[in-house]
Design a protein around this ligand. Structure first.
Ligand code: M6R
Length: 365
């Protein structure tokens, strides 16, 4: 049932304040301001020297954001790869290490093959899934549910924010176990998570402005998305979402890589979407953005009020999202990239929920 929405994708985008709250209620003890895992861990975070993550598509981008979190807040090195590469690379793995697989459906063939490889190498196998009665869940030593309810749209939306919410909680649990996070620091990060659903509701309010921008975006042939740090995977997610449902060619790039090639593409016809809420790296990203502006590129900046205040000339549009703690900013920044892709596809009249050539779950390699 789509409720009042035209598409399942729209319904699922709008459900996110509730789905994120639901995921949080599983992982977080709000009163105590701490993460309280209900799952029994067959490993100890403090014994690990590395976390190995594999996934595909949007689930891979969730893992790519989590790499920043585990490294920063738990000082745990993370190796991440798309499952289709990982499985054939057959990388050496330390016995007793931890491998984590992220899959909404729990049935993705490459992710399952990567899991079986890791299990055969004596790794602890953990998975983050939405469908608990799935093959990946069944074959895992520990299953972390994301609890966002069935996702019908082929383009993943609420599953991503639920994956990120659960991964953020796991990174906090790891940080505490490894002696990196103090009680106060954990409480600060948990509060940031708890404040997220209200910020997501506010970010959904930019829809009118986003529809205007999407109308112009629907005329583009190519779109470049830029981000730095944890916003880099969000830039890639924005590009994937746009490709999937509008069939417009898009690429997500690390902002610092611009000069190393893609800047040659920039002209008046190419929209460049910069994902840059204010954080310690924002000035660097904004200076990359000015290089695009100087070459006539049409910039659409996604930032918060603080970021917007420092923007100079040459920015066509600024989408302002609420200011939140840096920790949860990548989760919030997914909202405008989802809405941009959705409304662009609606303008183009594509089959948003069932885009051509795509299946909801990719059970063959
Ligand atoms: O079910 P999974 O999370 O394993 O699926 C992974 C990808 O196939 C999936 O995220 C795909 O990229 C989506 N269509 C993205 O919107």
């Amino acid at each position: 049932d789509k409720g009042n929405h035209r598409h399942f994708m729209a319904k699922e985008i709008y459900e996110q304040p509730e789905t994120i709250s639901h995921t949080l209620s599983h992982y977080v003890d709000m009163g105590a301001e701490r993460v309280a895992l209900r799952e029994t861990l067959p490993f100890d975070f403090s014994d690990l020297s590395r976390l190995t993550v594999s996934a595909c598509g949007t689930a891979y981008f969730a893992g790519a954001v989590a790499k920043y979190w585990f490294e920063r807040y738990a000082r745990l090195p993370v190796d991440i790869d798309v499952a289709s590469e990982f499985r054939y690379r057959e990388p050496p793995l330390e016995k007793g290490g931890l491998s984590l697989f992220i899959s909404q459906s729990g049935e993705t063939a490459d992710t399952l093959a990567a899991l079986r490889y890791c299990a055969s190498q004596g790794q602890h196998v953990a998975s983050l899934v939405n469908t608990l009665e799935s093959t990946i869940a069944r074959e895992s030593g520990v299953v972390f549910p994301i609890l966002c309810g069935p996702e019908i749209g082929v383009a993943s939306t609420k599953a991503l924010t639920a994956q990120l919410t659960a991964l953020a909680s796991l990174a906090i649990a790891a940080g505490r176990a490894r002696g990196v996070l103090s009680v106060d620091r954990e409480a600060e990060l948990v509060r940031a998570l708890v404040e997220l659903p209200a910020a997501v509701s506010a970010a959904l309010g930019a829809e009118g402005q986003i529809m205007d921008i999407a109308k112009r975006l629907s005329k583009a042939k190519d779109v470049l998305y830029l981000g730095r740090g944890p916003m880099f995977p969000i830039a890639m997610e924005g590009a994937l979402k746009l490709k999937e449902i509008s069939y417009i060619h898009a690429e997500g790039y690390a902002a610092g890589e611009l000069k190393h090639g893609p800047i040659a593409l920039v002209d008046e016809a190419m929209p460049v979407i910069v994902v840059a809420p204010s954080d310690e790296l924002v000035d660097k990203t904004l200076s990359n953005m000015q290089e695009v502006a100087a070459r006539g590129g049409k910039i659409i900046l996604i930032t918060d009020a603080e970021g917007a205040a420092t923007v100079g000339h040459g920015v066509a549009d600024v989408i302002v999202i609420p200011h939140v703690h840096n920790f949860v900013a990548p989760i919030l920044a997914t909202i405008p990239v989802q809405l941009l892709a959705y409304h662009t596809a609606v303008f183009m009249g594509t089959d948003v929920d069932q885009p051509r050539n795509l299946a909801k779950s990719v059970t063959v390699e």
